[in-house]
Design a protein around this ligand. Structure first.
Ligand code: SF4
Length: 321
């Protein structure tokens, strides 16, 4: 797929390109939060204000895995970045501007309070997770620095197969997510279809690095019925390697491009996720702190205090997916 095809395909899915390899897309929950005051589960768990959250990626055409459960486009991935990288300052400016433009249509909506719309124009969070592997963007450090300098918190989501980038992250994101999507190398290969023979070893190396990083760290297990749900002993070993503040067992959601690769039968029930979480918590010595059934996710942590981002608290209205 050529660059033009990819840009057209992404624009058709609501992405707004803000650079050669970067894009923003208004999150479903940003709209829900604006219209109905409903925040995403990270609002409930960590205090994220979804109406002030920008969902973006600096790596729209770059990923080194082909996860079957991924909602996004595949078939164009490469782990080589482009010759020229987007300038981080321009990227941040354009991301915020794109968000404002995409939310402009909410002004005057009957159910959108004026004050809330005004707040949405001043993003407070950036979720660097939209698509691709963001740690492949070599100017991530400067981008994080600029976000924090503007009082914007950063959630960086990585698939863990780029340990060198994690080793050199400075500053660290406000919250670092590592996706651990399999209990062992064999299932990892089958589920992520990675083409690097050392992908599993790199993930393990990343978990060791993450253990020592002085920031909020989350290990997320995206669980697919019939593929990687179970094996709690092996997941526990991996989680204890990273010893994160929080663990999120989360059920696969049948949506986007993943529907070409999996079926509804691969969607676990929330009780199945809760049972997995309970068994994992017992093995790693963590507590079950919270859950969001609509999004099939449970929050495990060492302690309840400190789970909300500084200056924030639980989302007002009931959280959802
Ligand atoms: S944290 Fe993620 S799910 Fe929540 S509003 Fe931001 S992009 Fe959406």
């Amino acid at each position: 797929m050529g660059d033009q095809d990819l840009s057209t395909e992404l624009a058709g899915q609501g992405y707004r390109l803000v650079g050669r390899h970067s894009a923003v897309k208004t999150c479903y929950w940003t709209r829900q939060s604006l219209l109905y005051g409903r925040d995403c589960y990270k609002g409930r768990f960590y205090g994220i204000e979804s109406h002030r959250c920008v969902q973006m990626s600096p790596a729209i055409d770059s990923c080194n895995l082909h996860c079957r459960f991924c909602w996004r486009n595949q078939g164009w991935e490469n782990d080589e970045m482009m010759a020229e990288y987007d300038d981080p300052e321009t990227l941040l400016d354009r991301s915020v501007e794109a968000q404002r433009e995409m939310l402009s249509g909410f002004k005057g909506e009957a159910s959108v309070p004026e004050a809330r719309w005004e707040e949405a124009r001043q993003p407070r969070h950036i979720a660097i997770s939209l698509t691709g592997e963001p740690t492949l963007y070599p100017k991530m450090n400067r981008f994080l620095e600029l976000c924090h300098a503007r009082g914007i918190t950063t959630f960086l989501v990585t698939n863990g197969t780029n340990p060198d980038a994690l080793r050199h992250l400075d500053p660290l994101p406000t919250q670092l997510y590592v996706s651990v999507t399999a209990p062992n190398a064999a299932i990892f290969r089958k589920l992520t279809l990675h083409d690097r023979t050392d992908a599993w070893a790199r993930l393990l190396e990343s978990l060791d690095i993450v253990r020592a990083l002085p920031t909020r760290r989350v290990v997320r297990h995206t669980l697919v019925q019939g593929w990687n749900l179970g094996w709690e002993d092996q997941y526990a070993e991996l989680d204890l390697r990273a010893r994160p503040e929080f663990i999120e067992p989360k059920g696969y959601v049948y949506m986007g491009k993943s529907r070409q690769r999996l079926s509804r039968d691969h969607v676990p029930s929330h009780p199945a996720i809760r049972e997995f979480a309970r068994r994992l918590a017992a093995r790693v010595g963590y507590r079950v702190l919270d859950e969001a059934p609509d999004s099939k996710v449970v929050l495990l942590g060492l302690r309840a205090e400190g789970r909300y981002l500084p200056g924030l608290g639980p989302a007002e209205a009931p959280a959802a997916a």
